[in-house]
Ligand binder design. Structure first.
Ligand code: 5AD
Ligand code: SF4
Length: 496
């Protein structure tokens, strides 16, 4: 498999196909997007819907009701990409049924599987009309037009766009954004130059790119105007962000400066960022946790392994003790800071002693939550070529032990919250009538008895019970208590 972009006709936004399509738009079309993978994919899917909205596409909840179906895919592990082909099989049947009834359904594959396996998808599933990668979805109007034109010209082949174009998609995405709600994602950085030996991201998302601060701040203002109370700054390696400063002139900011500037925007209650790399966690960002009350005391900081040998083989370029020191430093700025992480089990060459080092790191840090995965060899990545692949049975055994350890840490973390009062940002109705749900500062789901007028507001909640993945509690006051919550968000003094 090659990750090279497939050659295709050069085009720029606003070319003839684009105009042709706009000329004959039908304003009653429906769109269904299924999203797999990371939050960046969730963000991208929302932006695809924004790009298609001027063409008349309105989101629907089921593929059966859709004139266009987009599968926004993830290639990070084998299981993630396998799902795409089984979903395509189901959609093929749906497309056939629609065709029998005289209807049409445009079927597209987007995201990292599209990027990595575009040509293969079109060969294996010729009923797919369009494949595009994460860097070209701003061209959707043209691509859709091209599919239609192809049909018009009797060309049955699907359209493929997996270029890494010279223009940044961020400069061409519509300012109008829908569907982001109270808790919004904002992509500030994309791609990665770290080349961890197990990871496809540098190949599927491309080189590290940081958006300029001015355009991020403008998007943040629009999100807040649209009702967002919480913003999560997104990037594959978000703390590598080093975008142009608002004053321009070649000046650059780091994420610490960006966090401070976004937090100052009127109306924003909470700010988060994800996903971080331990190597790029600088003092300016860490100190923001002690100085910016809107910045939540919860950091997703993947470590992958606690063994220095494995970390070196993964090309992570830090040791387990470096990680311990980073966490200590973060907690000097914010004593109650909670951590989440990612772990890969069974990386090639992982011995019992390496695995034991990972368990030791987990015991030392104490994670509020974590994700763990069995190592999955990804074609084209260096680790896939390594000898000493770990047998599946060993991976299974180690994963079960690791998850048991992480689950008990999560249960203990949730249990420790019982009896405390926490500010909760309510963002959705609960499962039962008369219940609302929100998030604690530490990302725990919290449900309370309350009505939907709470949605969008912060309120103090006394936690009454802990469950494995959530908390329940009681509203402290009968009305919204914004002022009290803001006080509660004040970070402790810097201890450093
Ligand atoms: N195998 C298993 N897990 C992987 N991840 C990335 N690549 C692989 C792989 N080849 C995990 C890492 C990363 C998370 C998003 O996915 O833990 O942090
Ligand atoms: Fe992949 Fe993250 Fe490593 Fe970049 S830093 S190569 S995104 S695991």
């Amino acid at each position: 498999m090659s990750f090279r972009a497939a050659p295709r006709r050069a085009r720029s936004p606003g070319s003839a196909g684009f105009a042709w399509w706009f000329g004959r738009q039908d304003l009653n079309k429906t769109l269904f997007i299924k999203t797999w993978g990371c939050q960046m994919n969730v963000y991208d899917s929302a932006r695809m819907a924004d790009v298609l909205a001027p063409l008349g596409y309105k989101p629907v909840d089921r593929p059966d009701d859709a004139d266009m179906v987009i599968l926004n895919t993830c290639h990070i592990r084998e299981k993630a990409s396998e799902k795409v082909f089984s979903e395509l099989g189901r959609l093929r049947a749906l497309k056939k049924r629609k065709a029998v009834g005289g209807g049409q359904m445009l079927l597209a594959v987007a995201g990292c599987v599209g990027q990595a396996e575009g040509a293969e998808i079109l060969a294996r599933a010729p009923y797919v009309d369009l494949v595009f990668g994460p860097q070209t979805f701003h061209r959707l109007p043209e691509l859709v037009a091209e599919v239609r034109e192809g049909r018009r010209n009797g060309d049955p082949g699907g359209v493929l766009d997996t270029e890494f174009p010279p223009e940044s998609k961020f400069d061409f995405l519509p300012e109008e954004q829908g569907g982001q709600g109270l808790s919004a994602f904002l992509a500030v950085q994309e791609g990665c130059d770290k080349f961890c030996t197990f990871c496809v991201v540098p190949y599927t998302r491309g080189a590290e790119f940081s958006r300029p601060a001015a355009s991020i701040l403008a998007e943040a203002r629009r999100l807040i105007q649209g009702g967002a109370r919480e913003i999560t700054l997104l990037g594959q390696n978000v703390n590598a962000w080093h975008g142009e400063a608002p004053e321009g002139g070649g000046h650059r900011w780091g994420l610490g400066s960006l966090v401070r500037a976004v937090a100052e925007l009127e109306g924003l209650a909470r700010l988060r960022y994800t996903t971080s790399h331990p190597r790029d966690l600088d003092e300016a960002l860490m100190s923001a946790h002690g100085e910016v009350p809107q910045l939540m005391p919860f950091v997703h900081l993947p470590v992958q392994s606690g063994s220095d040998t494995i970390l070196a083989a993964m090309n992570r370029r830090h040791t387990a003790d470096d990680y311990r020191r980073q966490v200590d430093r973060l907690r000097q700025f914010r004593a109650d800071l909670a951590l989440s992480s990612d772990f890969i089990i069974g990386f090639p060459g992982e011995s019992d002693a390496d695995f034991a080092a990972t368990l030791a790191l987990i015991d030392d840090i104490g994670f509020a939550q974590a994700y763990s995965f069995k190592y999955s060899p990804r074609p084209g990545t260096p680790a896939a070529e390594l000898d000493q692949q770990v047998p599946e049975a060993v991976k299974d055994e180690r994963l079960a032990i690791l998850q048991d350890r992480l689950n008990s840490q999560q249960r203990a973390f949730n249990q420790a919250a019982v009896g405390s009062v926490m500010p909760v940002l309510f963002d959705r109705s609960g499962r039962r009538p008369g219940q609302v749900m929100g998030r604690s500062p530490f990302m725990q789901a919290v449900h309370v008895a309350g009505d939907v007028s709470r949605l969008g507001a912060l309120a103090d909640v006394r936690i009454t019970a802990a469950h494995p993945n959530s908390l329940s509690g009681r509203l402290v006051d009968s009305g919204p208590v914004e002022a009290a919550s803001a006080d509660a968000l004040q970070a402790p003094e810097v201890i450093a």
